[in-house]
Design a protein around this ligand. Sequence first.
Ligand code: UFG
Length: 322
Amino acid sequence: MKKTILVLGGAGYIGSNTAYLLNQRGYEIIIIDKLIYKQKFDHDFAKLIVGDFADTNLLESVFEKYKIDAVMHFAAFIEVGVSVTNPAEFYDNNVVKTIKFLDTMIKHGVKNFIFSSSCAVYGNPVKVPIDEAHPYAPISPYGKNKLIVEYVLQDYAQAYDLKYISLRYFNAAGADPKNNLGEQHIPETHIIPLLLRAIKNKKTFKIFGDDYNTPDGTCIRDYIHVKDLALAHLLAFEYLIKEKKSQVFNLGTGHGYSVKELITAAEKEAGQEANIEVFARRAGDVDTLIADNKKIKSILNWEPSYSNLENIIHSALEWENR
Ligand code: UFG
């Protein structure tokens, strides 16, 4: 019998790319999503249930109707800046509701959980590349949300019949325009879509600080193509089913690019120069975030194949121009 995966937030950017891949590989997909950023979901690779992932009545009916083999949880608020100004909303959605969901899931005998964590759990790195043993020192409510859920998962896995994999994403980027899957945040805060839109509309692109401790003074990030992120979830699921062991993995490419390097690559891809202005640093940004990804490569045999910078920018531009 086909295995069934419940994907919370599966209409969103990373969730939809993952749900698509899982379905391609023969799994049955059920999505619970509130569609807060979208009016409709035009895909046939999953059954969509519109609702809140912490609505207990809804969950009871889903768990009674379907035999769920695993849950993947993408339904978190992601904007770091908003987590600072509105922590209550972030703690409620990202922590309280997640715990409520886990309690219902465990009550219904679902044993496997894959969690979208973040490199934000490390805060300001004391060592780069960052491995999983790097100290935790999140500097935003968002990063703290992710870390708290990781602690909850540790304790729940000890006490209950639960196995989990926590994937600490670095910077998700790129798109799958052929399958109509890409980034659609409201408001958009991520560098690649903002940069591509600025070039296209001949608007100014703001660099948030060029006085960082990096070779060209701008921040360095580890950009990972969303299709490589999706693959990690597939491998994590298959590992949980086979090995029945909880794990925490960094999920990045191990290579970093500066804001200025991104601008050069985007200009080349768009065939047009960007209007650049240097602004003050954005609160909460750190110099450099690069993953040490040895662990996920050796245990899950994960290997990125879409994450070179040209490919990321090319797919993102195609998505923007769709
Ligand atoms: N940046 C600019 N100008 C912009 C937008 C961004 O210069 O208009 C810079 C930022 O200052 C940063 C880099 O581009 O140096 C990347 O910024 P993003 O907003 O694209 O991504 P972040 O690294 O801030 O955020 C990502 C994820 C978060 C996660 C965080 C962990 O999107 O969900 O990494 O640190 F929490």
